[in-house]
Design a protein around this ligand. Structure first.
Ligand SMILES: [Zn+2]
Length: 422
């Protein structure tokens, strides 16, 4: 005796006309419609069905194990009872399905989240359990007397595709088990979460995501990148801002965010990728420099300096570094580190081989910094083995150019070019 008898019929109210909407947005909804469209002998009936469903001609839909039913109205208002039959799974098949569902941690959570994991459906199919109908599995019965799908049974299938999109348990009910029975079985076999219901899945199994590849439609074409970032809305509303809110700073932040989004989108669509600072997430201090590099108004610039603990001079140097090489260059400007072991040996070898003996400058090392003796020039080694040129200006070391793998190349850009000498 099944104690879920009262759950084994679900009735869904008629849906409003579906203007312009597709009928199946989920992969399982599309698979459902495919079995109808592939099997119908008369494609005109399928089209009629789609039109009827779209126009709202399908009445309340009853879903029971093995059968869906609705009254469908023709355009001339004649009503027809349409049924579509689908084979139920056996008890053995259900047991096997439940076992498959609890084999992977994400499956039950996904089902509770009204998602149908493709991997689960495939595993089930491999085990001889067809959840989704194949070609010809949707068997029509209609009082209009058609022997194949008619517009009425096709309309019913289209309507049910909309229901399936919302809730894959509708499919499980057609295959013989109500949601409560499925959840009970999952719980007694493997302890599915029941109390807090729709818990989101913790990530997706990589194999599962890969398996989705051939059932999902191709990604839509990427959007065209606008020539310039958009302009944020004006905050000048004529109303005085509340205390502590600085509209100019907000406007600046919004315009920088738009510019950054535009840059990232353009880079992504070029197929390039942006190099992030080595091993570091941008933090607030780094972000202040990124923002300051966007030419803010002097007031905003001053706040960025104060907020990140930098003097105007050190913020200037930081901005200069940022423009030369982003987070990696900023790290070299502001952090000193000890070079040891293999890295030190490699650095020394690079310095040795960069110059002929008689041209090699005398270098004094401290940490990752090599200063040219008697000259306001310096080389700084970064964590990736690149050399950054530095120059002393008004008693402070400032970045003088981009990084190079060859120390001689880097040092050449530390010295001002001929003609730049004051
Ligand atoms: Zn019919």
């Amino acid at each position: 005796m099944n104690r879920h008898d009262e759950d084994t019929e679900r009735t869904f109210a008629a849906l409003p006309p579906a203007q312009g909407r597709g009928f199946a947005r989920t992969w399982w909804g599309r698979a459902w419609l495919k079995s109808l469209e592939d099997a119908a002998m008369d494609t005109a009936q399928v089209k009629t069905g789609r039109r009827l469903a779209r126009a709202g001609a399908v009445g309340a839909v009853s879903v029971r194990p093995g059968r869906i039913t609705a009254v469908v109205q023709d355009r001339d208002r004649t009503a027809h009872r349409a049924d579509v039959l689908l084979e139920e799974l056996s008890d053995t098949q259900w047991d096997r399905f439940v076992d498959l569902a609890i084999e992977r941690s994400g499956h039950v959570a996904a089902l509770l989240d009204r998602d149908m994991p493709p991997h689960l459906v495939e595993d089930a199919a491999t085990a001889g359990i067809d959840l989704l109908p194949g070609m010809g599995d949707l068997e029509p019965e209609c009082d209009c007397g058609a022997w194949d799908h008619c517009g009425h049974t096709a309309a019913l299938c289209y309507q049910v595709a909309r229901l399936l999109d919302q809730d894959p348990f509708v499919l499980l009910l057609m295959r013989g088990r109500a949601e409560s029975a499925v959840l009970d079985a999952l719980q007694s076999h493997g302890g599915a979460p029941a109390e807090d219901g729709a818990r989101p899945p913790d990530g997706v199994d990589a194999a599962e995501a890969y398996a989705t590849g051939h059932v999902l439609p191709p990604l839509p074409a990427p959007p065209a990148v606008p020539d310039a970032p958009g302009v944020p809305p004006s905050l000048d509303t004529g109303t005085a801002p509340p205390p502590g809110v600085d509209p100019a700073a907000l406007g600046f932040l919004a315009s920088r965010a738009a510019a950054e989004a535009h840059r990232l989108l353009a880079a992504a669509l070029r197929g390039g990728h942006e190099r992030q600072a080595v091993g570091t997430e941008p933090d607030a201090s780094e972000d202040a420099v990124r923002l300051a590099a966007g030419d803010p108004a002097p007031d905003v610039s001053r706040r960025l300096g104060e907020g990140s603990g930098r003097t105007p001079e050190s913020l200037d140097a930081a901005v200069r570094a940022w423009r030369l090489g982003g987070g990696a260059a900023l790290y070299v400007l502001e952090q000193e580190w000890t070079v040891e072991g293999d890295t030190l040996a490699r650095a020394r070898a690079a310095l040795e081989s960069a110059w002929d003996e008689d041209e090699r400058p005398a270098l004094r090392a401290r940490g990752n910094r090599w200063t040219v003796v008697g000259e306001p020039h310096q080389l700084r080694l970064d964590r990736e083995g690149r050399w950054w040129p530095y120059r002393k200006e008004r008693g402070r070391w400032v970045p003088a150019g981009g990084a190079a793998h060859d120390p001689a190349t880097a040092l050449a850009s530390a010295a001002p070019a001929v003609g730049d000498e004051p």
